[in-house]
Design a protein around this ligand. Structure first.
Ligand code: TYD
Length: 364
């Protein structure tokens, strides 16, 4: 039996690692996305991983003739035509609770549509787009402050779990599946969002504006902009709008304050760099202000540094205490795979002061 893993990101890598426990390396085939440039970012490069592991990197045509093969599509960017394959063991992970949200941008549309949950689906591949029989699903709650990037990361995590849970059955051919209902089936095409021309509609209710901001906040692609300034999040005021919807009432260093159809809204300017700097420098008062303004303390910069990691790099114990008290994710690692604990350890090693390290260790 052979296995072919086609796709991108951490999900493809983690499932490749799983496959290596079950299959000979020679029987594992990798197909990477055309956009994979071999560089790790907020998601690791599958191409780089496969190359370093010396796996067979092939193209689709190469695997069509294999009859005894499992084909797994994990964020793969090409449409699959099952009639080209000799194998019938063709599976896809789709980032939604099918039958709803077939197609593209499933980190965008459920947020825009104010959904409170979504999920991941393991399904058979048929001739349609995400239309195959459903094998298994995991639901993901969408919290009211969750943004598109956070949702995408949840999809990746849940997708890995879904494959792991079903892997034995997949390779043993123990698949039970059910056809998708036509009821509740929705689809969004590539043209359904034009990320190159994003306009936030401010003549809306505060809640709808907030959903637009959340759905467009994916800093590795873009942040939504208002008055040409990148916005990280918004907070709906208790005060009802008396001015015309879309009127800018005031602006300061940190935010815009707008009237909407119903309640006034604060649109906070992106300050991730300043937040990371203030944690590194140990500016407790400024950090308290950012927390009060509801800035997300689990946000990651280009290298995956979080405010907590920045504080650990410099052994800023008061900042670490404050961040922990505010419930940050204590083990959120940077894109090199280093956790706050690792950074605190390095600081300890170079200064012989393990206060931060001990604090983190005791809170894990
Ligand atoms: P992508 O990897 O293209 O996959 P898909 O559309 O199949 O989900 O994009 C992942 C998410 O990133 C997508 O759900 C929405 C978001 N996104 C942006 O915010 N901006 C962009 O320019 C793109 C292409 C995607």
């Amino acid at each position: 039996m052979k296995i072919c893993i086609a796709g991108k990101n951490n999900i493809a890598i983690e499932i490749c690692k799983l496959a290596m426990q079950y299959f000979d390396k020679d029987d594992i085939y990798v197909i990477t996305n055309s956009t994979d440039n071999g560089i790790d970012g907020f998601q690791r490069s599958f191409l780089k991983y496969a190359y370093n592991e010396q796996l067979n990197i092939v193209n689709l045509e190469f695997v069509y003739s294999f009859s005894n093969m499992i084909f797994l599509s994990l964020e793969f960017d090409k449409l699959i035509n099952p009639s080209r394959f000799k194998s019938t063991n063709l599976y896809n992970i789709h980032f939604s609770l099918l039958p709803s949200y077939k197609g593209m941008y499933t980190s965008y549309w459920p947020i825009i549509n104010n959904e409170t949950s979504t999920g991941v689906t393991l399904h058979k591949i048929d001739h349609g787009i995400d239309t195959g029989e459903i094998i298994s699903q995991i639901e993901i709650p969408i919290a009211s402050n969750m943004n598109a990037k956070q949702l995408y990361q949840e999809y990746i995590r849940a997708g890995i779990i879904l494959i792991r849970d079903n892997f034995d059955n997949i390779i043993n051919g123990n698949i039970v599946s059910k056809i998708q209902s036509a009821k509740g089936s929705t689809y969004h095409s590539k043209a359904s969002v034009n990320y190159k021309n994003i306009i936030i509609d401010m003549k809306q209710t505060a809640h709808t504006i907030k959903n637009q901001i959340r759905a467009l906040n994916f800093r590795d692609f873009q942040l939504p902009k208002v008055e040409n300034i990148p916005i990280s999040h918004c907070v709906i005021d208790k005060i009802k709008s008396t001015k015309k919807a879309g009127t800018l009432i005031r602006e300061n260093k940190w935010c815009f304050y707008y009237a909407t159809i119903d309640y006034n809204i604060y649109l906070y300017k992106d300050k991730l760099l300043e937040i990371c700097n203030c944690c590194y420098e140990g500016n407790v008062e400024l950090l308290k202000y950012f927390i009060m303004c509801e800035y997300n303390m689990n946000e990651q910069d280009r290298e995956g540094n979080t405010p907590l990691i920045m504080a650990c790099k410099k052994g800023q114990i008061e900042i670490v205490k404050l961040l922990i008290a505010n419930g940050v994710e204590i083990s959120l690692e940077d894109y090199m795979g280093n956790k706050p604990l690792d950074h605190a350890f390095n600081f300890g090693k170079s200064t012989n002061s393990y206060e931060c390290y001990d604090l983190i260790q005791n809170n894990i």
